[in-house]
Write a protein of this length. Structure first.
Length: 449
């Protein structure tokens, strides 16, 4: 099988110029038929993928450090997931769960209630995408509390619908021109210690960014008006920003004191990405609601809003709904994906230590690496032109991605200044292949000019 041959190759292999001739032909069709408003990171077309390797249409093979932007935690095309999806597709593809329910929806909901943090009674809504999970969490929190205001954070990313964009922080290119400034939204600095908004240093700062929220209860909105605080346990698109370990416990304390719902957006950070099943577990905090998507089903579209039963049951019947949400094939794929991720957590923790150790070693050698941060395999490097001024090296980061591509390593930028390389490698990657990819990254940084 071609897929098996790809898996056995175990290293990148570039056999044409990039992009190759077939990719160039497909790109011409893309430019003719696909909206130019899509922000494309690459004009190389993939043909197949297995594990942590991809092959493009011209036969070039790459190590994947992008993981479908965090969607392929269990690896590309895991055989157990493929079989589960095939078996389900032969029996039932769609009815709409609200019209005629099916067992796989129930089994996945049961599993999510079992594995998400919190010993209280929970219930689940299955939908299609991360932003849908976040939108429904916000709707539910507002209905449950009968309060109007949602608190979100700088550098946050919560999706691309109008509400998702309102929750999201970065203006260009996400929000510009889309009239995404919905009222009843309040925003505070996240604990971005490398670029503290108050010019302070942790821990002597006393978590100034956290105390700003309570100060806002006096001069911006009363706490009785706040329905929910939504936060990523590690900010993804914002630059893989990791707050201090006592920041989320402090946030939980504020929510407890004022009856505010804490929504944990695990769309990118969850499903084993940090070495724990859910990133919030790194802080010993239990949220009231948790939103999941991306790696839940190895690329099959599905997402979930999971929360306390009293919150999930608050609206009237028909207050929530979806046509495609909780699709039977996606549910079957999700159940197998969760099993794979759970069974590989020890390996995930092991590769996380390797990644962080190697990135710190690179920082010791390369002045352009201003910061290394992460938990487990959810790690990143922030590139700067000067370590003292921390001027973002955005163009250099763009060139680094291009250099890595030519050497057979796919990498991905993020951050409010587009100067962060994030690692979203499939969590099942073999150590040898991982180190080859990290070697390519190290070598490529030397070539930045």
């Amino acid at each position: 099988m071609v897929g098996e041959n790809l898996k056995q190759l175990q290293r990148p292999k570039i056999v044409t110029e990039l992009p190759g001739p077939k990719s160039r032909e497909l790109w011409k069709l893309h430019e003719k038929y696909v909206t130019q408003s899509l922000g494309m990171d690459n004009n190389i077309f993939v043909e197949e993928a297995k594990g942590a390797l991809l092959r493009d249409v011209d036969g070039n093979v790459y190590i994947d450090f992008t993981g479908g932007i965090g969607t392929i935690n269990a690896g590309h095309c895991p055989s157990e997931v493929v079989k589960a999806a095939q078996d389900q597709a032969e029996k039932l593809i769609h009815t709409c769960y609200q019209i005629m329910p099916y067992e796989s929806y129930i089994r996945l909901s049961e599993k999510l209630c079992e594995i998400t943090p919190g010993s209280f009674d929970k219930k689940v809504l299955l939908i299609n995408s991360g932003v849908e999970a976040n939108e429904n969490a916000v709707k539910l929190a507002k209905y449950y509390t009968q309060r109007p205001i949602i608190i979100t954070f700088e550098n946050a990313f919560h999706g691309r619908t109008r509400l998702g964009l309102a929750l999201t922080s970065k203006v260009k290119p996400y929000k510009l021109g889309f009239d995404a400034y919905i009222h009843n939204m309040d925003r505070y600095p996240y604990a971005y210690c490398y670029r503290c908004r108050y010019g302070l240093e942790y821990p002597s700062c006393g978590l100034r960014c956290l105390h700003a929220i309570e100060e806002g209860f006096t001069v911006r909105y009363a706490p009785e008006e706040i329905a929910a605080i939504i936060a990523e346990p590690i900010q993804g698109e914002g630059g893989f920003i990791v707050p201090p370990d006592d920041w989320f416990p402090g946030l939980r304390k504020i929510c407890n004191e004022y009856g505010i719902v804490l929504i944990d957006d695990e769309v990118q950070a969850g499903m084993g990405r940090t070495g724990k099943m859910f990133a919030i577990e790194n802080y010993g905090v239990v949220p009231d609601m948790i939103t999941l998507a991306k790696s839940v089903a190895s690329g099959f579209p599905i997402s979930a809003t999971v929360g306390k039963s009293e919150i999930m049951d608050a609206p009237q019947k028909g207050g929530l709904g979806t046509t495609f949400g909780g699709n039977p094939v996606s549910c079957a794929a999700a159940l197998k994906t969760i099993e794979i991720i759970q069974n590989n957590l020890k390996h995930t923790q092991k590769i996380g230590k390797i990644i962080l150790r190697r990135l710190h070693e690179m920082q010791d050698v390369h002045e352009i690496i201003g910061d290394v941060r992460g938990k487990g395999p959810m790690a990143a490097i922030e590139l700067v032109r000067d370590r003292k001024t921390k001027e973002p090296a955005d163009e250099e980061t763009k060139r680094l991605v291009e250099i890595c591509n030519k050497k057979g390593l796919l990498t991905l930028r993020c951050g409010i200044y587009d100067n962060v390389i994030r690692i979203l490698v499939p969590l099942i990657i073999e150590e040898e292949l991982l180190n080859i990819g990290l070697n390519i990254l190290d070598e490529s940084i030397k070539e930045i000019k």
